[in-house]
Design a protein around this ligand. Sequence first.
Ligand code: ZN
Length: 126
Amino acid sequence: MTNPNKEDIYLLNYWKCPNCEDVQTFTGLCRDCTVYGESQNIIEPVRRIKVDKKGNKIISTPQRFESQSMAQLKQQFINQRSKKPTNKQLAQIEKEKELLKELESIKEKPNQEGIIEIGESALEEE
Ligand SMILES: [Zn+2]
């Protein structure tokens, strides 16, 4: 790996011995720190831990899920920003505006008329 390309960065794993911090590109026991018995039997194994290229311990977070939800959030953001009312929606807004105007103009009159009406009918009933 004299000329690491993008693929190397993603495919290559690094394993670091937590004891002597010796980084290798393969997993397994650290030969320097693992204590072997007389017959090469392992007495105290020191296993390398997975690290990133910089030697930082990789915390196994569901990165795929994280990046997916980030993409979703981004898409939502884009959707919100580019949300322009369609012609149909604009027509509906105009309709509602006119309806509101009508309602307001109606509201002003019936109040007075309504009072008179009630008074008249009340008189008739008695
Ligand atoms: Zn070691």
